[in-house]
Each structure stands twice: as structure tokens, then as C-alpha cells.
Write a protein that binds this ligand. Structure first.
Ligand code: ADP
Ligand code: MG
Ligand code: MG
Length: 195
């Protein structure tokens, strides 16, 4: 079984385009409304960069785009996740091992920089269940489901990090846009997988 890295990223770009209006509306409730644009435009730049540089390692391409060019709090944080996924795919030939190591290291990097804990209503709340499922040896679909459930569960949380922490209860009942956006990466991985 293999997963084509560039197909994962192209699937993620399609998902971000489809989810754009929802992600925008969610970030309007809790933040400044730019998360849908940040993710969609970042991933459109990634697909353009993949077309221009088909020989470069795809997750490393995604990392440099998100670290250097994508704005918002989420841009550099998602860049760190791609950076660790790129490293882990270099180090591990087994795809599950690469995702387990890359997600674990990516989550650690995001927490070092952003200092969010689980339950703070951020992308960490999608990454922790994804990391746990990967550590338990789960396959791509179960991992994606864990990430999406983690994102969904942020609807019950009051934000303690990021702009959403300024608006108090207003966004309670709706999920955190960043958690949902990051869960879509795991969904894209599951979708792009060739048996
Ligand atoms: P901004 O609020 O700067 O416009 P974005 O809209 O690009 O940032 O991203 C918002 C998302 O970033 C939030 O939904 C949340 O998931 C995530 N986020 C915010 N602060 C943190 C943090 N400290 N650690 C992890 N994720 C965070
Ligand atoms: Mg925003
Ligand atoms: Mg912003």
C-alpha cells in the first residue's frame, strides 16, 4: 500500500476549496474570518509549487509555502506540521510509521511554539486524537475519524488560545476552524490512499 504525497496535498487543496465557506464562517464567529482564505490560498500555492517542482519532496514543498508565505496564526503552525511530516517521510519507508512520527513531532512543534494544551479549542484538539490513533496502530480511516471527532468536539469548548479567546462564549456550539482544517489533512490522506 502506498500513498502518493502529492495526491494527498492535491486532495487537501480540493477539500480546502470545498470547505472554504464553512471555515470562513467559523473563523468569523470566533476570530477574524481569514482562516478559510489562509488554508485555501496556501494549498493552492502548494499545488502550483508541486507543478513547478515535481521532483522536490511534496511535504517539504508544502512546509516552505506555509512557513514562508501563509499568514495568520495557522500558516506557520501548519508549516511546522508539514516540516515534520517531510522529515518523517525521509526517515521512515513505512507510510504508517512516517505519519505516526511526523504527526507526533509536528504536534510537539506546534505546542512548543503556540503553547496550546488539549482543550484550549485549537488545532491541537484535532492533532492529539490523530496522534493517539496513529500510536495505537490505527489505519488512515480511523485516524481521520479520530481527527474529525476531535475537531467536532471543540464545539463544546471555550477558547483559551488565539483570537477566539477574546470572544468568550460566542463561538461555543460551533467547532474551531483550525481544528477542522487540520482534520481535513488526515481525511485527505485517507482518501488519497491507494490499496
Ligand atoms: P488568526 O487568528 O491569526 O487570523 P488563523 O485564522 O489563520 O489565525 O487561524 C486560526 C486557527 O489557529 C484557530 O482556529 C486555531 O485552531 C489555531 N490557533 C490559534 N492559536 C493557536 C495556538 N496557540 N496553538 C495552536 N493553534 C492555534
Ligand atoms: Mg483568523
Ligand atoms: Mg488573521
Amino acid at each position: 500500500m502506498t500513498t502518493d504525497q502529492s495526491l494527498v496535498l492535491r486532495t487537501y487543496a480540493d477539500a480546502a476549496r470545498t470547505a472554504h465557506a464553512t471555515l470562513t464562517a467559523l473563523d468569523q464567529l470566533s476570530g477574524d474570518g481569514d482562516f478559510g482564505d489562509n488554508l485555501r490560498e496556501g494549498l493552492d500555492r502548494v499545488t502550483a509549487a508541486l507543478d513547478a517542482h515535481p521532483d522536490r519532496p511534496p511535504y517539504a514543498v508544502a512546509a516552505s509555502v506555509f512557513l514562508d508565505e501563509v499568514g495568520g496564526t495557522s500558516g506557520p503552525l501548519i508549516g511546522l506540521l508539514f516540516q515534520e511530516l517531510a522529515r518523517a517521510h525521509e526517515a521512515h519507508s513505512d507510510e504508517r510509521d512516517a505519519w505516526r512520527a511526523g504527526t507526533g513531532e509536528g504536534l510537539a512543534a506546534i505546542q512548543r511554539v503556540g503553547e496550546a494544551e488539549p482543550g484550549d479549542r485549537t488545532m491541537v484538539d484535532a492533532l492529539v486524537p490523530a496522534r493517539d490513533a496513529l500510536e495505537a496502530g490505527s489505519g488512515p480511516r480511523e485516524v481521520a475519524l479520530a481527527a474529525l471527532e476531535g475537531a467536532h468536539a471543540t464545539a463544546a469548548l471555550r477558547a483559551r488560545r488565539g483570537r477566539a479567546s477574546y470572544v468568550g462564549q460566542r463561538a461555543v456550539g460551533f467547532p474551531d476552524p483550525g481544528a477542522l482544517g487540520v482534520a481535513l489533512l488526515f481525511w485527505s490522506r485517507a482518501r488519497a490512499r491507494k490499496e
